[in-house]
Ligand binder design. Structure first.
Ligand code: 13P
Ligand code: SF4
Length: 310
C-alpha cells in the first residue's frame, strides 16, 4: 500500500498536467482500474469513450489492438500503451495480407472482423463487431456469406446463434483463438455443477461452442458483469479472464465465485509503474502511430459497427 499510494497520486497529478485520460479494460489490475482509470469496461464501451474523448493524451491500459482502435477513432490524441508487448493471440493470428488472400477466395463474402484484430485487418474488413454486438450485426447484414476473422470459436458461436434465430448465413472463418477462453471445457462445467448446486455458469463468446451451449449466460465482459449483478444465485463460475472476477468482487461483494477463471498474460503486462512511465516520457514503441490512409480505411469499418450496433 505504501508503494501504490504515492504512485497513484502521482499518476493522477500527471493526468491533470498533461490533459490525459486513462482507459482501462476490466481485465487489468484493480489498482489501475480503480486507482487511476477514468473509464473501465469492455471493448465496445472503451471504443465509444475513445471516440468521444477530447483529451490530448489517451493511455490505454488494455492490449495493443485496443489502443490502435482508440488511435483510429481519436487521431489527434497522443495514444500510448504501458507495454508494447501486450498483444493478443486473436489479433496476432492473422495479417492484412492474409485477409486479402481470403477475400480473393471468397469475393462475394462480407468481411466481418472482430475488434480483437490489428488496424491492418480492420482496414481490409467491411464491418467490425465486438463480443456485445456480434450476433445482432451479423444477423442484420444483407449478405448471406460472411468471412469472419480472426476468431474461429466466435465464428462457430455465430453459426450456432444464426441457426437458433433461423437466419440463413454461411460463416467462413480464419483460425485464431483466444489463449484464455479456448481452454475452458464442458467437463469442467459438469464437475462444477455437481459440486455446487444452483451454480450459474457465465461464459464469453470466445469460448468453444460446446462450452457456450451448456453455459447459463454468454456475453461480452460488460454483459457478464451486468448478468451477475442482477442474477440471484448461490455461486457463479466465470469462464473468462480473472480480472472480471476481481471487478465483481469489488462491485458485487455479496456474490460467491468458484474457481475457473484464467489469466491473460498480455493484459497482466500493465502495471502502475508502466502507466506512470508512459505518461512521463513515452518511448517511441509505446506511441501508437498509423499510416493515415490505413487509419481511414480501418475507421470506415469501425464506424459501420457504430451505425449497425443495437
Ligand atoms: P470484451 O469486449 O467482451 O471485454 O472482450 C475483450 C476481450 O479481449 C475478451 O477476451
Ligand atoms: Fe486477447 Fe484472449 Fe487476452 Fe482477450 S483474453 S486480450 S482475446 S488473449
Amino acid at each position: 500500500c505504501r508503494e501504490i499510494a504515492p504512485l497513484t497520486l502521482e499518476i493522477n497529478r500527471l493526468k491533470r498536467e498533461k490533459d490525459a485520460v486513462i482507459l482501462t479494460h476490466s481485465y487489468v489490475e484493480p489498482e489501475i482500474i480503480y486507482g487511476v482509470g477514468d473509464f473501465k469496461g469492455d471493448s465496445y464501451y472503451l471504443s465509444e469513450k475513445a471516440r468521444e474523448s477530447k483529451a490530448k493524451v489517451i493511455v490505454f491500459a488494455g492490449v495493443v489492438f485496443m489502443a490502435e482502435t482508440a488511435k483510429i477513432l481519436s487521431p489527434n490524441a497522443l495514444v500510448v500503451v504501458p507495454d508494447r508487448g501486450s498483444g493478443c493471440s486473436l489479433a496476432d493470428s492473422i495479417t492484412g495480407e492474409e485477409v486479402r488472400r481470403l477475400k480473393q477466395l471468397y469475393p462475394d463474402a462480407t468481411v466481418v472482423c472482430y475488434i480483437n484484430s490489428t488496424a491492418e485487418v480492420k482496414a481490409e474488413s467491411d464491418v467490425c463487431v465486438t463480443s456485445g454486438n456480434v450476433y445482432d450485426i451479423v444477423a442484420n447484414l444483407p449478405a448471406k456469406r460472411i468471412l469472419f476473422v480472426p476468431d474461429r470459436l466466435m465464428a462457430q458461436n455465430v453459426r450456432a446463434e444464426m441457426k437458433k434465430r433461423g437466419v440463413a448465413k454461411e460463416i467462413i472463418s480464419s483460425d485464431g483463438t483466444c489463449v484464455v477462453h479456448d481452454e475452458f471445457t464442458p467437463a469442467q462445467i459438469a464437475e462444477a455443477r455437481a459440486q455446487f448446486p444452483g451454480l450459474k455458469v457465465v461464459a464469453h463468446p470466445e469460448c468453444t461452442p460446446e462450452v457456450a451451449a451448456v453455459a447459463d449466460f454468454v456475453g461480452s465482459t460488460g454483459a457478464m458483469l451486468s448478468y451477475v449483478k442482477t442474477t440471484n444465485a448461490p455461486y457463479f463460475l466465470m469462464l473468462t479472464e480473472c480480472g472480471l472476477v476481481g471487478r465483481l468482487e469489488v462491485e458485487a461483494p455479496e456474490k460467491n465465485f468458484i474457481g475457473g477463471c484464467r489469466l491473460c498474460p498480455y493484459m497482466k503486462m500493465n502495471t502502475l509503474e508502466k502507466v506512470r512511465q508512459a505518461l512521463v516520457a513515452p518511448r517511441p514503441e509505446q506511441i501508437i502511430t498509423l499510416d493515415e490512409g490505413l487509419r481511414r480505411r480501418a475507421l470506415r469499418c469501425i464506424e459501420r459497427m457504430f451505425e449497425l450496433a443495437p
